[in-house]
Design a protein around this ligand. Structure first.
Ligand code: RIB
Ligand code: CA
Length: 329
C-alpha cells in the first residue's frame, strides 16, 4: 500500500525509468532494483544529459545487469528538441560513472528508439492499466512522447520527475540541469494535464550521502556497496558537491517518494518553465496561489523539503538489501 498525492497503490507500481546515468541515476536504478516487490519496472529508457546517449545507454545496460534487473533497456534522444546538448563530465566523469568500471553487459537494446518503444508499451497495456513515468534526466523523450502521441496520456497515472526548483538552481542560479538542458520538452510535459510530482532541488539538495557514508560503502567489501561508493565518491570529490562535503543523490527522490512520502514535504502548484535564452533560461515557475485556481488546475506537487536522515537511512538500507538479494542468488 504505497502512494504519493494520496494515491494508494493496491498492487505493484508499473514504472518506466527514463534516465541519463550518471552517478545519481545509477543509485536510483539500484534503489529501484532493491524494491522490486513494489516496483514493476517495465523499461529503462535513456536520454543524453550527464553524458552522451551512447555512454549513458552503455551504463544503463551495465547497471541493470549488475543490479540483477532483467528489464528492457532502450536508447532515446541524445540531445534537446531544439537546443545544443550540454553534458556534465565534470560531475559524472568521462564514462558517466566516475572511475567505476562495471562488468560489460552482453545484453542488447530492446528497441530502436525510446519514444517509439514507450508509445507501443503504453498503448499495449490493458484498458485499466496505467504507468508511472520516472524521468531523472532531461525531459526530451517524455516531451516528444506526449507531443507526438498524446493518445498515450490516458495510460500515464502520474509523472514524478527529478528536475527544477521552486527557488534556486545548480547550472545557473535560477535553473536546474535537467530542465535547463531542454526547457521546451519541460514546457510540453508541464502543460500536458498529467498529474506531476516535481522532485526539485528544494528537496534533493537535502537528499545526500556524507563523505563518511560514501567511504563506508566503498570499503564495505561488497560489490554493490563498493560500486555505489566509488561512483558517489567521484561525484562528491569532483563536482561542486566537494564544497559541501556531501553528495546530493537527486535521482533517488522520485522513487523514494512513491514508497516513503513521509520523508518529503509536498506543496500543490501549477508548473511552468522559462524557455528564454537569457539568465532565466530553464527556470521552473511554481504557482502556489491555490486561491486563484481551480483544484484540477493544480496538477503539480512540488517537494519543498526532505528529511536528510530518513533519506540516508532508507537509501543505505536499500543498497545493503540489494546486496543481500544478489548474494543469495
Ligand atoms: O540537477 C541534477 C540532475 O541533473 C540529476 O538528474 C543529475 O543526474 C543530472 O541529470
Ligand atoms: Ca539524472
Amino acid at each position: 500500500m504505497y502512494g504519493s498525492r494520496g494515491i494508494i497503490y493496491m498492487e505493484k507500481i508499473k514504472i518506466i525509468i527514463d534516465c541519463d546515468p550518471g552517478v545519481d541515476d545509477a543509485l536510483a536504478l539500484a534503489y529501484a532494483a532493491a524494491n522490486q516487490e513494489i516496483f514493476d519496472i517495465l523499461a529503462v529508457t535513456t536520454v543524453g544529459g550527464n553524458q552522451t546517449i551512447e555512454k549513458v545507454t552503455r551504463n544503463a545496460l551495465d547497471l541493470t545487469e549488475f543490479y540483477g534487473l532483467d528489464v528492457p533497456v532502450v536508447k532515446g534522444m541524445d540531445g534537446p528538441i531544439t537546443r545544443e546538448p550540454l553534458y556534465a563530465p565534470e560531475s559524472h566523469g568521462a564514462s558517466g560513472l566516475g572511475y567505476c568500471v562495471l562488468p560489460e553487459s552482453s545484453r542488447t537494446l530492446a528497441g530502436d528508439n525510446a519514444v517509439l518503444y514507450m508509445r507501443e508499451l503504453l498503448l499495449g497495456l490493458g484498458e485499466e492499466e496505467k504507468v508511472v513515468l520516472i524521468p531523472t534526466g532531461p525531459l526530451t523523450n517524455i516531451g516528444l512522447l506526449l507531443k507526438l502521441f498524446p493518445e498515450v496520456k490516458s495510460r500515464i497515472k502520474e509523472i514524478l520527475f527529478m528536475g527544477g526548483a521552486a527557488c534556486g538552481g545548480n547550472v545557473t542560479p535560477a535553473a536546474e540541469f535537467n530542465i535547463y538542458e531542454d526547457p521546451e520538452a519541460a514546457k510540453i510535459v508541464f502543460h500536458a494535464g498529467i498529474p506531476m510530482v516535481m522532485c526539485g532541488l528544494d528537496a534533493t539538495m537535502k537528499c545526500t550521502l556524507t563523505r563518511n557514508q560514501v567511504a563506508k560503502l566503498s570499503q564495505s567489501g561488497r560489490k554493490i556497496g563498493k560500486a555505489c561508493g566509488d561512483m558517489v565518491g567521484y561525484y562528491l570529490e569532483n563536482s561542486t558537491n566537494k564544497y559541501r562535503g556531501v553528495a546530493s543523490i537527486h535521482d533517488v527522490v522520485p522513487l523514494m517518494y512513491l514508497i516513503h512520502p513521509e520523508v518529503f514535504t509536498p506543496k500543490r502548484a501549477i508548473l511552468d518553465v522559462d524557455c528564454s535564452e537569457g539568465v532565466s533560461r530553464g527556470t521552473t515557475i511554481c504557482d502556489f496561489r491555490w486561491w486563484k485556481h481551480d483544484e484540477e488546475e493544480m496538477n503539480g506537487l512540488v517537494l519543498m523539503d526532505a528529511d536528510s536522515n530518513l533519506f540516508q537511512e532508507y537509501l543505505i538500507t536499500a543498497l545493503y538489501e540489494l546486496e543481500e538479494s544478489l548474494s543469495g542468488e
